[in-house]
Design a protein around this ligand. Sequence first.
Ligand code: PMP
Length: 418
Amino acid sequence: MSVEVNTKESVKTSIDVESIRRDFPILESKIKGNPLIYLDNAATTQKPKVVIERMNEYYFAQNSNVHRGVHTLSEIATNAYEDAREKIKTLINAADSKEIIFTRGTTESINLVANSYGRMVVKEGDEIIISIMEHHSNIVPWQILAEEKKAKLRIIPINDNGELLIDEFEKLLNEKTKFVSVVHISNSLGTINPIKKIIDISHNHGVPILIDGAQGIMHTAVDVQELDCDFYVFSGHKLYGPTGIGVLYGKSNLLNTMPPYQGGGDMIRSVTFEKTTYNDIPNKFEAGTPNIAGAVGLGTAIGYILKIGINNIAEYENELLKYATDVLSSIKELKIIGTAKEKASIISFVLENIHPHDIGTVLDYEGIAIRTGHHCTQPLMHRFNVPATARASLAFYNTKSEIDAISEGIKKVIKVFN
Ligand code: PMP
């Protein structure tokens, strides 16, 4: 359906934002007496009623352990858990649901790959390439591995707009390169990286690549077969699902050769004190009782998003981004950090002589939730020579009137501090 969603200028989109907002109960909250304006979606997204209700239903009526029981409840729980895996397969167009491994989130997925695949292939003197705009989750696991193996981290630089320098990336690749790990969409800058190009360049050098899709999965359609990435990782909580559940997608030929990350129940075929043999994928990488309710909730969130349509979401968010960029750029004391040509709806900014934490605190009094700090990207903050930024990150339930409200809030901050 096409409706007008803007308070000022009318924009036709296929998103019915008022109806969507009613799906998210938390958006009716008041913060310090003001209606909540939630602009911290890059940190975590809010959950639609269907997700909350589905998780309740699971605990009210279906709770049981998966894979191990012949009784009816266990079968229901197992089916619900495996159905969520199928939904993820559909969302990212994986070739096989066995290539979908449930983890706690992006961080655990990257640690799994670094510890399993990384430890298997990286030797002394080898090199791993990441970029300067990575989240600490896509830096530290590789740093730990590099220290252990006496290998080296090489860093792809960016230009002043916050775009990766692809020529420099190509120069970094050599016969010592064993792995590349790059973010799809920067959580601090909003930059959408040309990951297809980066994947192809890596493969031309025979190097496998992981894409950190923590932000990518919520703003764009992802087709892992078309991308041909070796690994793609994301967290459920940034995709309108619950916390504590996430995904590692990996090509089956790689996952099959990788040693387990954790040992325990479910990941084995047989155990004796002399020798243990391991289960097939995905179970080989899912030791112990998983977050069943989390997986079920994530499956429901994916169903909800697919119904709205990822391309409709991307189109609407892009419209919001354009509007927010125009409105915020008109404030002369404000500087946007991250001005890439290809951007998702994330706007980091600084105000002359005002610390980002002060911006966040004053806006909170207006009911506006933004994030301030280094956003777990300290090397990137150093690159832009700022200790921190204020970040407004928009989702498809945000509106232009909320952007007007943050703009007025920022003007108030400037008045208070100057
Ligand atoms: N990578 C990126 C780009 C992120 O935005 C985040 C979350 N801010 C992470 C990794 C880590 O995700 P999680 O904390 O859900 O594991």
